[in-house]
Design a protein around this ligand. Structure first.
Ligand code: HEM
Length: 362
């Protein structure tokens, strides 16, 4: 190819790009972001976002075959596994990505905690993040019920009892809310409409605030600025480069989840036997499980309520302007204690024999 032809080709590409950009304003995405935003610690939120996109795409495929009634739910999952095109693989990817996303959220939250990035002016974004955590747990919980196997049925039993404990505020969780639709139908609507819609609204708020405040500077640089040193520079990379990196990690997550689904396909338990409790919840709920053994089912409500309440208070209690872990030793130690307690509780729940907690037959 001659140099002239290359130039003509180049001019055509540039014109095409300018035509598109004039209409879509894509070059506006190339705004400066700090170089450290591309480091693994600061891109975990973005990786989580790509995880949610994979969950939405695979979930839409699963919804073409899933049938949410007590008589047909488990059978339709078996249909997905054995008959639906790519059903088993898509279901496996949906299952594994949900687990990976839970892990990336916890790591993202830990990074924000360790670097003190919830401090002024980011307190509201920490609270929105807690809302996102609750929505994600809700999605995993309702997704577990939808399988309608023994584990799913026991999860539903907990859902109904939680509704009873909430008294008149718990009406939605009860099977008596309406006679026209079985409760699994309403939990399905929560899984595919209510929680995704709420999550999307929270995500929009989360990202608008990240854009408004910018990614927090590295703690050492931020602390130096507090002590009268130079204000950290804002540039170093661009948001488009950051987005490409996020997408790269997103594809890596998809590849991992695909391998996992081929090696360890998503399981389906036995047909549920009402009145029995023989399973334990998925790993992210295990830290709460021992409290149910010790204090009964009400612990299902007050333990998460206390945990979320304490987490919500963090930015309003840790108020010094410094962000380096070395200058926030008490808070780092308390955070480490909570993390160690969660791991110990999980391990304890893992080795104990399942106990019956639900009183009411559903
Ligand atoms: C669905 C889950 C979540 C998604 C998709 C998400 C996404 C993001 C993204 C893309 C960023 C930009 C920087 C980064 O990636 O670290 C960010 C920042 C932030 N997130 Fe999240 N996040 C989620 C959950 C949470 C949770 C659970 C918390 C804390 C309770 C939280 C608190 C924050 C804060 C305070 C920032 C600003 C950090 C800074 O400027 O350094 N997020 N989030």
């Amino acid at each position: 190819m001659t140099a002239g032809a290359t130039t003509i080709q180049g001019v055509r590409w540039r014109r095409a790009w300018e035509t598109i950009d004039e209409r879509l304003g894509l070059s506006g995405l190339a705004y400066p972001v700090p170089a450290h935003a591309n480091g693994i610690g600061y891109i975990l939120g973005g990786i989580t976002l790509f995880g949610f996109l994979i969950l939405a795409a695979t979930g839409i495929w699963l919804a073409q075959f899933y049938h949410p009634t007590p008589a047909t739910a488990r059978e339709s999952v078996i249909y997905i596994m054995n008959v639906a095109p790519l059903g088993d693989l898509v279901r496996g990817v949906h299952f594994w990505v949900s687990n990976i996303v839970m892990a990336t959220i916890l790591l993202h939250m830990s990074r924000v905690f360790v670097t003190g990035s919830y401090k002024r002016p980011r307190e509201a974004n920490w609270l929105i993040g807690l809302g996102l955590l609750a929505v994600t747990l809700g999605l995993i919980f309702t997704g577990t019920v939808l399988k309608w196997d023994q584990e799913g049925y026991e999860a539903l039993g907990h859902n109904v009892e939680a509704g009873d404990l909430l008294g008149s505020f718990g009406f939605w969780f009860s099977g008596d809310f309406t006679a026209s639709l079985p409760i699994i139908g309403r939990l399905y609507i929560a899984h595919v409409v209510i929680l995704p819609a709420l999550g999307t609204l929270l995500l929009i708020g989360h990202f608008l605030l990240v854009k408004r405040h910018g990614i927090s500077a590295r703690p050492a640089q931020a602390d130096a600025a507090v002590d009268g040193g130079p204000v950290p520079a804002k540039g170093g990379s661009t948001f488009t480069a950051h987005l490409v990196r996020m997408a790269g990690f997103g594809l890596l997550m998809l590849a991992l989840a695909t391998i996992f689904s081929l090696v360890w396909p998503a399981g389906l338990g036995e047909r549920p036997i009402p009145g029995t409790e023989t399973t334990k919840p998925p790993w992210m709920f295990l830290p709460f499980y021992p409290f149910e053994d010790w204090f009964g089912l009400p612990a299902l409500l007050w333990v998460p309520a206390i945990l979320f309440g304490v987490l919500a208070l963090v930015p309003f209690v840790d108020r010094s302007p410094y962000r380096s872990p070395g200058r926030r030793r008490v808070f780092i130690a308390l955070g480490a204690l909570v993390a160690i307690a969660a791991v110990l509780l999980m391990s304890y729940a893992f080795v104990t024999v399942p106990q019956a907690h639900v009183q009411e037959a559903i």
